[in-house]
Design a protein around this ligand. Structure first.
Ligand code: MSP
Length: 642
């Protein structure tokens, strides 16, 4: 097989309704994989489309009083809008109502008919219209469709049949000899058992409606919608007329589908290909379902999540990142707003966004925003270089195994390491010492080189963010064109003028978005006291408060409370422990090195079992975002605020 090409497909979705976040999930994963393989230097073809024929679509159009074509045209336009909003870069979009597709489907049917593998007979059995699936009575569950649980209809008509049974043993042999063909493994076992139960010949034409591709030899019949739909994978690469394109791309490296349509892709589709004497795709991967609040999404439950509304509200990359990072690929996963917001705040605003923001602020302060040349690398720098180079290798291996969420977790370890590196090297301390200018230059170079590499490694997953980081780093190479070798340490040119911009991910205010987030425990978020009449104090009252500057030495999550952080602060002559209700607003790593203001003579109190020896000051914006009162690093810890 040509290792240097990657042909990937998504299912072609039914335009029976607008697409939801579940469809966006498959397509976002496929898009990221396509981009990643391009980044690896491969030639990539990424195909998607719409499955527009069949009884279901014909019925819906009739209910709405429009022709099927009018109906699908409108919905398919909304598919394309969604893909554009999600930054999906497909190479071709097959609509099954296109002439080129009709040509391909009829050719496939004709070739198999000519071979003697399609014959005419009578069908009597059950049909599930929402799934467009035939069922024999013995497979029904309580008389309903075993897949979706909905009612089935009795169908009795003259049909053409495809000899699935003839190919059963060849298919089993292929599955056995090619363990990568059906993934993940649990689904392979399921499919093998299904085949071993015995395959019935498949009904591949219908006569009771006409919204489909006519059978070439008998135009009373239209071709069964799944036979029609699966052929899209050939249409999209020029079958049957463009032999050059077709032989360049077939077989596909990866058909990505949801687990509920694995049977079609690992039994019917390969048997069509065997009958055509074409090679089988390398892998069919059946991923799990995206649930909403742990429940299956469905229109009747009213819990279908509209991706466009989410993009409007949160922007595209938080959605892409959530889908790729939160769900263990292959297994069912859960979507809900709280999880989306928390993921965005923790990973994108705090870890990634804050790393960029804080390092650009420092670079502006210490080097006028221009990347300095590194000097001697110390052990801690070398460890960072190794971590960055290892990340590329580890991510590549994980993505090869389609462990996308794990690959992103590895990248976020590197980002976390970048934040930690800043805390440990403390550039603000180096900046104070003129003799440590070289060291400061090296540290700043390392911090920015790490972020250049991060932007490259991110571009397949959250391309918009990656571009924003690239711009703020002031890099001039065309990010789109750079390949994985550019992610090797050392590519950042000293002298690059960075361009600090707005934070790439402002924190999402959990309270405003959900209305259910409790307030921080201490009084930091209280509104200012009234400043009239009885509330006026004189200067001696104010003097009773010991407000001092405290430098945060360490910060960690409170062991027993999600909303609290435990800080160690330096107040000049001693250290204090302060427990504060700011965990939803600050990541511990953001706080280290900050000069904050505390009330030092507040009576100590125990908060969830941890002593707090003081209270920090903060203010909150009208939308609930909390910000600590800070002063610059020039002010020594212990200084009194007067
Ligand atoms: N038209 C057929 C596919 C033909 S492919 C030759 C079809 N269409 S569909 O509109 O029902 O899309 C099903 C696919 O959408 C799933 O296999 C999966 O890729 C995606 N998903 C739809 N809902 C989903 C979830 N709730 N979770 C994850 N994926 C989901 O079947």
């Amino acid at each position: 097989m040509d290792n240097n090409k990657f042909y990937i497909t998504t299912p072609i979705y039914y335009p029976s309704d607008k697409l939801h976040i579940g469809h966006a999930y498959t397509t976002t994963v496929a898009d990221s994989l396509a981009r990643w393989h391009k980044f690896l230097g491969k030639e990539v073809r990424f195909l998607t489309g719409s499955d527009e024929h069949g009884q279901k679509i014909q019925r819906i159009a009739k209910e709405r009083g429009v022709t099927p074509q009018e109906y699908v045209d409108r919905i398919v336009a909304s598919f394309k809008d969604l893909w554009q909003r999600l930054n999906i870069e497909y190479d071709d979009f097959v609509r099954t109502t296109e002439a080129r597709h009709q040509r391909a489907v009829q050719e496939v049917f004709q070739r198999i008919y000519d071979k003697g593998d399609i014959y005419k007979s009578k069908y009597k059995g059950w049909y599930c219209t929402p799934c467009e699936t035939f069922w024999v009575e013995s497979k029904l569950v309580d008389g309903n469709c075993p897949d979706c649980g909905r009612s089935v209809e009795l169908v009795e008509e003259e049909s053409y049949f495809f000899k699935l049974s003839k190919y059963q043993d060849r298919l089993l042999k292929h599955i056995k000899e090619n363990p990568e063909f059906i993934q993940p493994e649990s689904r392979r076992n399921e499919m093998v058992n299904f085949i071993k139960d015995g395959l019935e010949d498949l009904c591949v034409s219908r006569t009771t409606f006409d919204w489909g591709v006519p059978v070439p030899i008998d135009d009373k019949h239209v071709i069964y919608v799944w036979f029609d739909a699966l052929t899209n994978y050939l249409t999209g690469i020029g079958f049957p007329d463009n032999q050059e394109l077709f032989s360049k791309w077939w077989p596909a490296e990866l058909h990505l589908v949801g687990k509920e349509i694995m049977r079609f892709h690992t039994i019917i589709w390969p048997i069509i290909l065997l009958a055509l004497d074409l090679p089988l795709p390398k892998t069919v991967f059946g991923h799990g379902w995206l649930l909403f609040d742990n429940d299956k999404m469905s229109k009747s439950k009213g819990n279908v999540v509209d991706p466009i509304a989410l993009i409007d509200e949160f922007g595209v990359d938080p959605i892409r990142y959530f889908l790729l990072r939160e769900i263990s690929f292959g297994q069912d996963g859960n979507f809900n707003r709280t999880a989306l917001i928390e993921r965005t705040n923790a990973d994108l605003a705090n870890d990634l966004g804050n790393l960029l923001n804080r390092s650009l602020s420092m670079l502006n302060r210490y080097f006028d925003g221009v990347i300095p040349a590194p000097k001697q690398l110390e052990e801690i720098d070398q460890a960072l270089v190794k971590a960055a180079n290892d990340t590329v290798t580890r991510m590549t291996a994980l993505i090869e195994q389609l462990k996308i969420n794990e690959a992103l977790a590895v990248l976020w370890q590197l980002i976390g390491r970048g934040n930690k590196y800043i805390d440990e090297t403390a550039p603000w301390a180096l900046a104070k010492d003129p003799e440590k200018q070289d060291r400061l230059a090296t540290v700043m170079y390392c911090i920015f080189e790490l972020q250049r590499i991060t932007a490259l490694l991110l571009k397949s997953f959250i391309p918009e963010t990656s571009t924003k980081i690239w711009q703020q780093l002031g890099l001039s190479e065309d990010l789109d064109k750079l390949l994985v070798d550019a992610a090797e340490w050392g590519g950042l040119k000293p002298g690059t003028a960075t361009q600090k911009g707005d934070p790439i991910f402002p924190r999402i205010d959990v309270k405003a978005k959900q209305g259910d987030t409790p307030k921080p425990e201490q009084a930091q978020a209280e509104p200012p006291a009234e400043t009239q009449g009885d509330n006026l104090v004189d200067i001696s009252d104010f003097a009773k408060l010991e407000l001092v500057i405290a430098r945060v030495i360490s910060a960690e999550k409170h062991p027993n409370a999600d909303r609290l952080l435990k800080l160690k602060v330096d107040i000049g002559d001693s250290e204090r422990q302060i427990v504060a209700g700011i965990a939803k607003h600050y990541h511990p790593s953001e706080l280290i090195g900050k000069n904050i203001v505390i009330v030092a003579n507040l009576k100590p109190a125990k908060l969830r079992g941890e002593v707090s020896e003081g209270m920090l000051l903060a203010a909150s914006s009208p939308d609930g975002k909390l910000e600590l009162v800070t002063v610059s690093e020039q002010i020594a810890p212990g200084s009194r605020v007067k």
